[in-house]
Design a protein around this ligand. Structure first.
Ligand code: ADP
Ligand code: MG
Length: 536
């Protein structure tokens, strides 16, 4: 700089300094932006991959998992916890790369000026680390708790939006609102705690570090005053300037450390889903299955929902369903009909006995191919917020409009579909909310028709309907059942009277079996049920 002043004069030197500072700032900000620019795909990529992984895991988890875990909680893990991890990753990157470099740089400078003084810094620095560590641990606990409460909050939201009609009908608004407000308040309390703990780290670490610096100042000044040549005033000023530079990065690191603790808490919650055991899994050498040829056999099957429980829902079921026949399951609600039918597509695995399809245990088959053989129409029609076309063609790749129309005609649904404002392209609303119950049911049937499965499971497919639409749906079902092997669960006995075999279940056991006339003659439970429905 002095030689520059000599050769060009003072005004030019000032210009030189101004331009240099400007250029350096430009560089700094350019590179800072570039760093952020290239970090954006990384942070978002992690979030995207985690969410994909979580959804794919949720699809693979057995249905039983969802009886225990609540949907809102899983949703909060997919959203808020994943977001927390994104933050945590950013902080980790800075923690690993930027701040330590700065600290190391100044440390080297300090050691080169006075190793003796630096010894004191190194001696006292762990105190700062310790306090921060303690706060971090406690923060992690609080963070887990706050995320759990958030899961509850999501649950209530999910249930509220799903049950709006009933909430309004039973004027349950105040109840729901109170329930929500209570959970919301406890989330507020917990969040305040978390924020306060997070914000505690940096003031504490700054105070501790400045305390250490003052100690250094005292010792350093004393060394200068002693004037024995080990430390000159000029050197000490340089030393102190370097030492004060390590305060901001230490503050940053403590802040980052705390955010990472929150991220770790979220990661643990996410891993709970990712590591959950897939109880219904495919064997490695699972057999392919493309057709159904002879029969479905239930051999001495017993099953309980809660394992290790004696409360068997199914007990010693023996049953064979030959190809092309229709088996009806009847019995009181809670007698295990749905459970029995759920065994066939392996929604649950049997606890004892075995379920064979064409003499092969279902556990040895490829799950997707096994389910590919089965069509299902249940009491509650499960439809998606999508067009009529996409709902019928659900699960089928590139279905043509001709096929879909044909399926809709067989299901007695074509007429009402074309009367919709946009025909097959009409969006049917959440869970098909824009359609009537009977229409929804017929869409579910059309979906099964299009899939054209050899095995059919109809679980109370008509019981939610009025007589007129029941007639339409019943006709649709008869069309569907032609040339197929069917398991039919029905409330109304008139609909199953001509089944090849009727199985009467009672508390998970087969109480009576035979065709309609045989069972009437037995004068047992079935006869009683028929009498109750005035059905001969
Ligand atoms: P049905 O279809 O004959 O009315 P289910 O097969 O649905 O009867 O239910 C049989 C029994 O199993 C009932 O007592 C019910 O409480 C119990 N159950 C059904 N689903 C579950 C579940 N996911 N978890 C625990 N128990 C269940
Ligand atoms: Mg049922």
């Amino acid at each position: 700089m002095s030689s520059y002043i000599i050769s060009f004069g003072k005004p030019y030197a000032v210009i030189f300094i101004c331009i240099s500072i400007f250029l350096l700032t430009l560089c700094k900000n350019f590179f800072r932006y570039m760093a952020m620019y290239f970090l954006a795909p990384i942070r978002n990529g992690v979030v995207r991959d985690l969410r994909n992984k979580l959804l794919s895991k949720s699809l693979n988890l057995p249905l039983s998992y969802y009886s225990d875990e609540r949907k809102g909680d899983i949703m909060s893990r997919m959203t808020s916890d994943v977001q927390e991890i994104e933050w945590s990753i950013m902080q980790t990157l800075e923690l690993i790369f930027r701040e330590p470099l700065i600290i190391i740089f100044y440390m080297i400078m300090m050691i080169s000026i006075s190793g003796y003084l630096t010894l004191y810094v190194l001696l006292f620095l762990p105190i700062a680390g310790l306090t921060v560590g303690i706060i971090g641990k406690s923060l992690k606990r609080s963070s887990v708790k706050s995320k759990e409460i958030l899961g509850n909050l999501f649950n209530i939201m999910e249930e509220t939006l799903g049950g709006l009609k009933i909430i309004k009908a039973f004027t349950g608004e105040t109840y729901i609102q109170k329930k929500f407000a209570t959970v919301n308040q406890s989330f507020y309390n917990q969040s305040v705690k978390v924020y306060r703990k997070t914000d505690l780290a940096s003031p504490i670490s700054e105070t501790v570090v400045v305390g250490i610096l003052m100690l250094i100042l005292f010792i350093g000044c004393k060394m200068v005053f002693d004037n024995n040549g080990s430390l000159t005033a000029a050197m000490f000023i340089g030393y102190f300037a370097a030492a004060s530079q390590i305060v901001p990065p230490i503050k940053q690191i403590t802040q980052a450390y705390n955010n990472i603790q929150k991220g770790v808490a979220s990661e643990e919650r996410i891993n709970k889903i990712l590591d959950a055991e897939i109880l219904i899994s495919e064997k490695e050498n699972a057999k392919p299955v493309s057709a159904f040829n002879s029969q479905i056999e239930f051999k001495n099957i017993s099953f309980a929902y809660r394992k290790g429980d004696t409360g068997y829902v199914l007990r010693n079921i023996n049953l064979s369903i030959p190809k092309g026949k229709t088996i009806a399951l009847v019995g009181q609600s809670g007698s295990g009909k749905t459970t029995l039918a759920d065994m066939v597509p392996r929604f649950y695995d049997v606890d004892e006995g075995e379920l064979l399809i064409d003499s092969v245990n279902v556990k040895d088959l490829k799950i997707k191919e096994l389910r590919g053989l089965i069509g299902m129409v249940s009491q509650e029609s499960i439809l998606f917020n999508d067009t009529v076309f996409n709902n019928i063609a659900f699960g089928i790749n590139n279905a043509s409009i001709e096929d879909v129309t044909k399926a809709a005609k067989i299901a007695n649904a074509h007429d009402f579909i074309v009367a919709l404002p946009e025909g097959y392209d009409t969006n049917i609303g959440d869970r098909g909310g824009k359609l009537s119950g009977g229409q929804r049911q017929r869409l579910s049937i059309a979906r099964a028709v299009l899939k054209n499965p050899p095995i059919l499971i109809l679980d109370e497919a008509t019981s939610a309907l009025d007589t007129e639409s029941e007639k339409l749906v019943q006709d649709a079902l008869s069309n569907l059942m032609q040339n197929r092997t069917s398991i039919v669960i029905a409330h109304r006995l008139s609909t199953i009277a001509n089944a090849d075999e009727i199985i009467v279940l009672q508390q998970g056991e087969i109480a009576e079996r035979g065709n309609h006339n045989q069972l009437l003659q037995q004068n047992g439970i079935y006869k009683k049920l028929c009498d109750l429905q005035s059905f001969k």
